[in-house]
Each structure stands twice: as structure tokens, then as C-alpha cells.
Design a protein around this ligand. Structure first.
Ligand code: SAM
Length: 235
């Protein structure tokens, strides 16, 4: 479904290397996504080259901000149809990727497709990010938490930072409006124990679109009261 030579080139342009098996897995995942999208609303991006750039390469820009060590665990909050979680799992077989979403049907699609493709370094959580963050099994347990197209930075920081280990990072993948968003999120980030370590501007190969990776380092533990109830967060 997608041109794996072009995908290989795009991945190389990001400074990464993908084996044929990994390229084929991404291709098969793309095919399953577009097929399922005919009966379930998973994505508005279905044109093969757009799936390649806007889903796969765009997701993999995360690795320009974070190079995982063996055993590091990722959490993708609001993974939707599996982005950036699935490309990260395929590219990093020695790392576990946990994908979380409040919509069960999306999680079920990602789970079943990963299972059928034998992408085994993945686990799934269905529920609200701000609720599951109070479960001690997940709280401050992740080396790298990422999220793409989920929410405004202020809301997202409160939901995401409780999951990040001390010394770990939260990476928000953004396309627009970051200046205002960051300004409004500054206090929340500080209150939750984070500090913005870098805002990286990156170019997605092939589509040449500009993206921003907001990299927040966790420097102190998050107080127990966070994240608050969603109605409180959005007030
Ligand atoms: N990250 C994917 C991507 O970039 O293609 C999906 C983006 S989609 C626009 C946003 C997703 O975030 C939806 O699947 C929604 O269910 C999920 N979401 C939004 N707020 C959430 C929350 N508080 N907890 C869990 N999932 C949430």
C-alpha cells in the first residue's frame, strides 16, 4: 500500500535506519488502517503517500528528540489509530511501547492489528489519561511519554507529566500555535515537576512540513493531587 522504498528513504533522511522487515510491518499496518477506516472512523489520512509522511515519518520525528536505551519504556497518550506508538514500537523492538486511549474501539483496532503482525513489544490501556495516571502501576514509570494531536499543551502537560519517571521526558508533537500554547502551559509544567529543555523544529522528510517537538524533562516528583479531574483541568 505504501511505497517502502520511499519510506526507507524518508527514515534515512531522519538519520534512522529501518530493516526490510520493519518497512514491511509499517506497510502492512498502513494497509490494515486504511481497510478498517472504510468501516470505522480512524483517520482522515488515507492517501498512501500521505499515510507514509503524515503518520509514519511524522511519528518517527519523536526519535530526533529521544534515543531510547535498551529497556526504556514509552507511553503514547491519546494514540488513536496508533500514532506515534506503532511506528515507535516497530522501529525499537528492544523497547516496550504502551499505548493509551479513552476510545476502546481505537485501542482494539491497534491491539488486534499489532497482534496479527506479531508486533509484540506493545501493551494497551483503555481509559482517560488523567484517571489512569493515579494508578501506581503507571505513575512515574515511563522513560519517554509522547503525545500527538491530543490536546492543548496546558491540559496535556497535566495529564502526561505524572506518568514520567524522574529524569525522563515528555515529548509533545505539535504543528502550529506553539508559542501561545507554551506560554499558557508554563506554570502547569513547573507545578507538575517539569521543565522545558528544548523546543526542536524539525522537517518531516518528503512532505517537507515543519513540526515542533516540545521536550519537557521531569526534574521533580509530581504532587499527588495531579492530574486533577478533567473539569478542573480545563477551567
Ligand atoms: N495521536 C493520534 C494521532 O496523532 O494520529 C490520535 C490523535 S486524535 C486527534 C486524539 C486522540 O486522543 C483520540 O483518539 C482521543 O480518544 C484521545 N484522547 C483525547 N483526550 C484523551 C484523554 N484525556 N485520555 C485518553 N485519550 C484521550
Amino acid at each position: 500500500m505504501i511505497n517502502t522504498n520511499l519510506l526507507k528513504q524518508g527514515i534515512e533522511d531522519l538519520g534512522l535506519v529501518a530493516l526490510n522487515d520493519q518497512l514491511n510491518l509499517m506497510d502492512k499496518y498502513a494497509e490494515a488502517l486504511v481497510e478498517k477506516n472504510k468501516v470505522m472512523n480512524l483517520t482522515r489520512i488515507t492517501e498512501p503517500n500521505k499515510v507514509l509522511t503524515d503518520h509514519f515519518l511524522d511519528s518517527l520525528t519523536t526519535l530526533l528528540a529521544y534515543t531510547p536505551k535498551n529497556g526504556d519504556i514509552f507511553l503514547d497518550i491519546g494514540t488513536g489509530a496508533g500514532f506515534p506508538g506503532v511506528p515507535l514500537a516497530i522501529m525499537n523492538p528492544n523497547n516496550k511501547v504502551v499505548m493509551l486511549d479513552s476510545t476502546a474501539k481505537k485501542i482494539n483496532f491497534v491491539k488486534e492489528t499489532c497482534k496479527s503482525l506479531s508486533v509484540n513489544n506493545v501493551t494497551f490501556l483503555t481509559g482517560r489519561g488523567e484517571v489512569l495516571a493515579h494508578n501506581m502501576e503507571y505513575r512515574e514509570k515511563f522513560d519517554c511519554v509522547c503525545a500527538r494531536a491530543v490536546s492543548d499543551m496546558k491540559i496535556l502537560s497535566e495529564i502526561a507529566l505524572p506518568y514520567v519517571k524522574l529524569g525522563g521526558v515528555f515529548i509533545a508533537l505539535k504543528s502550529i500555535n506553539i508559542k501561545d500554547e507554551i506560554q499558557r502551559a508554563q506554570n502547569t509544567i513547573k507545578n507538575l515537576g517539569g521543565v522545558i529543555s528544548e523546543i526542536k523544529t524539525v522537517c518531516v522528510p518528503i512532505s517537507n512540513t515543519q513540526k515542533y517537538l516540545i521536550i519537557i524533562k521531569k526534574i521533580s516528583k509530581t504532587k499527588k493531587k495531579y492530574p486533577r479531574d478533567y473539569r478542573e483541568i480545563i477551567k
